[in-house]
Write a protein that binds this ligand. Structure first.
Ligand SMILES: [Zn+2]
Length: 459
């Protein structure tokens, strides 16, 4: 009976995926939703490829998954991934059904699947990944995820001993996953010119030793609680990293990736995006564990270095618009994106579309995360105007004022159309516009771009 249900789910999943792709020209989760309705254990019935890699963690999942997919494809293998759909069970089912036989055998050589941390129990219980790469764990979407410790348990409770965990050795939270359960491999980033002795960010999610609960010391911090933790009471230290990044050159946007056999590569990363160094190092670690050659990795990263991440820039009649996705309810992601403002000397106007633009549908009563975000880069003298958009603009403005941002720079708009028109009207040739937007605000970014393009047409 189960087999028949699964066959039916695969057939209907394939048909709906085909039709939706033809009609909407994009991926969706609908085929997966239908499949799981017909056959709730569909994910466990797929015959998974020889290598299955899951990528999870608070920040950097998408960037790391895309990197992995790109490198593995360049090595000559075929890859199925869920980059077009969601990172929850229906998104995974939707991806797998497009590349499987009627019996459910996935035909790609490798599966690279981004997995929502909170969905671990619905995914790792259905199939056993060969590798799980966890990028990091931070406080994030407090109303949904509660606390990083809560999410840690959500992942740890569903790990299988056959999985190799690839973990961030600079993260004293996610780095403890799988202890006594799985084979664990660590990657980390060495001390850089920007490392600090104390945590200079608002949020530090790990202040007590995870082993003895005494106050935790750090050799240095990269950002937030990411660094080298050590406990002088019980001697707790993170395990040795088999793969590590060294010689991070922020000026030129390069670093050295060091492998476990003494090999090394100079690789580029997106300037102003330090996350990128961790994402690349983690992805390279998995690729090396899979036996992919160094030169393939090197060429792939160089080739992709300008395209990875949720970062886009385009010029409209002399005005460069740089848009950066800043995940809503995620203070670490938002703070890291804002640091980009300090990495260039150009004059710029900043547009903040960071609160829920679709507030009525996805509204969050909790705005504490804004207070956990570091807005200090807005005080940079090159930042001329800060536009704040959306129904939450007054909440953001209030927080900015409390945090000492010069309120003379602020311009508030509840209405996005008015905001787009004003940003375009006041734009100055040679001055960049940096737009920080949350996932549901992509349409607003388009409005701004359209208004700028139209202004050009009128001139
Ligand atoms: Zn301790």
């Amino acid at each position: 009976m189960g087999k028949l249900r699964f066959l039916l789910a695969v057939i209907i999943g394939k048909i709906s995926a085909f039709l939706l792709d033809k009609i909407f020209k994009r991926g969706t989760n609908t085929p997966g939703i239908i499949m799981l309705k017909i056959c709730p254990d569909a994910l466990s019935r797929f015959v998974m490829p020889k290598t299955t890699i899951c990528v999870t963690g608070t920040n950097g999942k998408t960037g790391t998954s895309n990197l992995l997919t790109h490198i593995i494809r360049n090595s000559g293998k075929t890859v199925v991934n869920n980059s077009k759909g969601s990172n929850m069970a229906p998104g995974l089912a939707s991806a797998l059904v497009t590349q499987c036989t009627l019996s459910g055998k996935v035909t790609a050589d490798v599966a690279v699947l981004e997995v929502d941390e909170r969905s671990s129990q619905y995914i790792y219980t259905e199939f056993t990944p060969d590798y799980i790469l966890c990028t990091n764990l931070f406080r994030d979407s407090i109303m949904r995820n509660g606390h990083s410790g809560f999410i840690f348990d959500k992942i740890n409770d569903y790990l299988n001993e056959k999985t190799t965990l690839v973990l961030n050795g600079n993260d004293g939270i996610s780095g403890l996953l799988g202890e006594g359960i799985c084979n664990r491999v660590f990657y980390s980033v060495n001390k850089t010119d920007k490392s600090t002795e104390t945590c200079v960010d608002t949020v530090c999610d790990l202040i007590a030793c995870p082993k003895c609960n005494h106050k935790l010391d750090y050799e240095f911090f990269h950002y937030n609680h990411i660094g080298v933790p050590k406990c002088s009471h019980c001697g707790f230290r993170m395990p040795q990293s088999r793969f590590f990044a060294s010689d991070v050159d922020f000026e030129n946007g390069t670093f050295v990736f060091n492998g476990d056999k003494g090999e090394s590569l100079v690789l580029p990363f997106q300037k102003g995006n330090f996350f990128n160094v961790f994402n690349i190092t983690g992805a390279c670690a998995v690729c090396r564990l899979m036996g992919i050659d160094l030169d393939i990795i090197e060429n792939s990263i160089e080739d992709l270095s300008s395209k990875t991440g949720r970062f886009e820039n385009k010029k409209y009649n002399g005005v460069e618009v740089i848009s950066m996705l800043s995940k809503n309810q995620n203070p670490i992601s938002c703070s890291q994106s804002l640091k980009y403002l300090e990495s260039t000397d150009n004059e710029k106007d900043v547009v903040l579309l960071i609160t829920d633009s679709n507030d009525k549908v996805h509204g969050h009563e909790d705005i504490s995360w804004i207070y956990d975000t570091d807005f200090a880069p807005l005080n940079n003298e090159n930042v001329k105007t800060v536009y704040v958009g959306g129904t939450r603009c007054y909440d953001v403005a209030n927080c900015l004022e409390i945090k000492g941002i010069d309120i003379a720079k602020l311009v508030l708009f509840e209405n996005y159309d008015d905001l787009a028109q004003e940003v375009s009207k006041k734009s100055i040739v040679g001055r960049n516009i940096i737009v920080y937007f949350e996932l549901y605000a992509t349409g607003v970014v388009e409005k701004i771009k359209n208004a700028l393009a139209q202004k050009g047409d009128e001139n």
